[in-house]
Design a protein around this ligand. Structure first.
Ligand code: DX5
Ligand code: ZN
Length: 224
């Protein structure tokens, strides 16, 4: 049976009460805290940096999953590792040297992942599988919460799943396959069937009043 993980994106939390929002969502059953870092350069929006990660770190033992939408990316990595990030993912277009950036993340004791925008080809995976702990497919264009899931992503998920399964057969090593953007209760089962095992959900969780009920409804869909 697949081990599914739910990763609420704090981008959609009430940021005036961020600490409570982190604690509440973990108590409600979240596995990871998804932390969207936007720089108003690589993406047209601006969010939060390492000081905010450092501030929430003592509030939870849940893994902090830092999604870097910044360019250049390398200088942010030591800062987020120091701030308590567990997983750091970045977009290949934002790095001059992908292999070096992946090594930098791992040398700082974090799990490393590559993020693929809807139109970014999967061939970036060809020579770096041994350096990856996670592959993150964007099912919206990055920059904003609350957008609609792009259906073509299901096809790409199936392709990524095939590559990861083949890699696991060859090496015994797993790579998580995360999906980010437009994930809801009513499409999560279809997304899981296409191969995702880790589900970022911002507005679908933080936009509801009962986080526990929403996460339970997602897990019920995943168990079908
Ligand atoms: C978009 C971010 C997402 C976003 C998801 O650039 O990477 O994590 O917050 O939000 P929803 O779940 O509302 O689509
Ligand atoms: Zn994200």
């Amino acid at each position: 049976m697949t081990d599914f993980r739910i990763a609420p994106s704090i981008l959609s939390a009430n940021l005036a009460r961020l600490g409570e929002e982190v604690v509440n969502v973990v108590e409600a059953g979240a596995d990871l805290i998804h932390f969207d870092v936007m720089d108003h350069h690589y993406v047209p929006n601006l969010t939060f940096g390492p000081v905010v990660c450092e501030a929430i770190r003592p509030l939870t033992t849940a893994l902090i999953d830092v999604h870097l939408m910044v360019k250049p990316v390398d200088a942010m990595i030591p800062a987020f590792a120091k701030a308590g990030a567990n997983i750091i993912t970045f977009h290949p277009e934002a790095s001059e040297h992908i292999d070096r950036t992946l090594a930098l993340i791992r040398d700082h004791g974090c799990q490393a992942g590559l993020v693929f925008n809807p139109a970014t080809p999967l061939h970036y995976l060809d020579h770096v599988m041994d350096r990856l702990d996670m592959v993150l497919l964007m099912s919206v264009n990055p920059g904003f919460g609350g957008q609609s899931f792009i259906p073509e992503t299901l096809n790409k998920l199936r392709q990524a799943r095939t590559r990861i399964d083949r890699w696991r057969e060859q090496t015994g090593r797993n790579i998580w396959l995360e999906i980010d953007g437009g994930v809801k209760i009513d499409n999560i089962a279809e997304i899981a069937a296409a191969g995702a095992d880790t589900f970022v959900a911002g507005s679908a969780i933080y936009g509801t009043s009962d986080y526990r009920a929403t996460i339970a409804a997602m897990r019920a869909e995943l168990a079908k």
